[in-house]
Write a protein that binds this ligand. Structure first.
Ligand code: PGA
Length: 247
C-alpha cells in the first residue's frame, strides 16, 4: 500500500506573517486526518518559521528547490545540508524552474542525487507542454524526463506528474488521462528499478487540483496524491483536498 501524499507548493507567495496565519489556521483543521502524508512547501524565507509551527504535528515541510553543490560561491542558492536543517522534502524540476531558470534533466538529476545523499525526499516534477500534448508526445517527454532525471539514483523519491498546460490554468487533466500517463511513468520506473520497487513509489498528480476534483484523482489506481499550487494557499481549500484523500 502506498501512503498518499498531499503536498502544497506555495511558489513565490506568503510573507512570514501570512505563512504563520495560514499554517495556524490549517493545523487544527487536519488534526484528525491521518490517512495521507501532508507536506507544506513554503518559500525559503518562511521555512524556519513554518518548521517551528509544525513541530509536534505530523505535517512535513518541503523546500521548493535547492542546489546540488554542498556549498560555496553560488549566490542566491541553498545547499542540501541547509535545506535538510528544516525540510524533509524538496520539490525538484518543477516546470516553472525548467522554463524560467534553465533547469534541465541533467541538473535535476544532480539535485536528486544530492537530495538523496542528504536524506531529503525529492518530489521530482515531470510533464509535457500543451504543444507536446497536442503532438501526442506526452509519453516520449515523460519517459525522457524520468530516465534522464533518475539516472543512478535510488528509489527514495516521489514523482509528480504535472502537465504544464494544467498548471494554474483551471484546465485540469481528466482523472483518467492523468492515470494513464502515470501508468506509463510507473512502467518506466519498473524498467529502472524493477517492477516490485516501482509499485512502491508514490506518483502524484499536479495541475489545477481542488477540493471538487480531488476525489476523482485519488480514486484512480495509480495516482497517489497531489501536488497543489493555488488551492494550497487557503487553509479551507487545501483541507478539502486532504479530506478527499482520507478514504
Ligand atoms: P496549480 O499548481 O495547482 O496552481 O495548478 C500546481 C503546481 O504547479 O504544482
Amino acid at each position: 500500500m502506498r501512503i498518499p501524499i498531499i503536498a502544497g507548493n506555495w511558489k513565490m507567495n506568503k510573507t512570514v506573517s501570512e505563512a504563520r496565519e495560514l499554517v495556524s489556521e490549517f493545523i487544527p483543521l487536519v488534526k484528525e486526518m491521518n490517512k495521507a502524508e501532508i507536506v507544506l512547501c513554503p518559500p525559503s524565507s518562511a521555512l524556519l518559521p513554518v518548521a517551528a509551527l509544525l513541530e509536534g504535528t505530523a505535517i512535513k515541510l518541503g523546500a521548493q528547490n535547492m542546489h546540488w553543490e554542498s556549498g560555496g560561491a553560488y549566490t542566491g542558492e541553498l545547499a542540501p545540508a541547509m535545506v535538510s536543517e528544516f525540510a524533509n522534502f524538496v520539490i525538484l524540476g518543477h516546470s516553472e524552474r525548467r522554463a524560467y531558470f534553465g533547469e534541465t534533466d541533467e541538473t535535476v538529476n544532480k539535485k536528486v542525487k544530492a537530495a538523496q545523499s542528504e536524506g531529503i525526499m525529492p518530489i521530482i516534477c515531470v510533464g509535457e507542454s500543451l504543444e507536446e500534448n497536442k503532438a501526442d508526445k506526452t509519453s516520449e517527454v515523460v519517459t525522457r524526463q524520468i530516465k534522464e532525471g533518475l539516472k543512478d539514483v535510488n528509489t527514495n523519491l516521489v514523482i509528480a506528474y504535472e502537465p504544464i498546460w494544467a498548471i494554474g490554468t483551471g484546465l485540469a487533466a481528466t482523472a483518467d488521462g492523468a492515470n494513464s500517463t502515470i501508468k506509463i511513468i510507473r512502467s518506466v520506473l519498473a524498467e529502472l528499478f524493477g517492477k516490485e520497487e516501482a509499485e512502491k513509489i508514490r506518483i502524484l498528480y499536479g495541475g489545477s487540483v481542488k477540493g471538487s476534483n480531488a476525489v476523482e484523482y485519488f480514486s484512480q489506481s495509480d495516482i497517489d496524491g497531489a501536488l497543489v499550487g493555488g488551492a494550497s494557499l487557503k487553509a479551507d481549500a487545501f483541507t478539502e483536498i486532504v479530506l478527499a484523500a482520507q478514504n
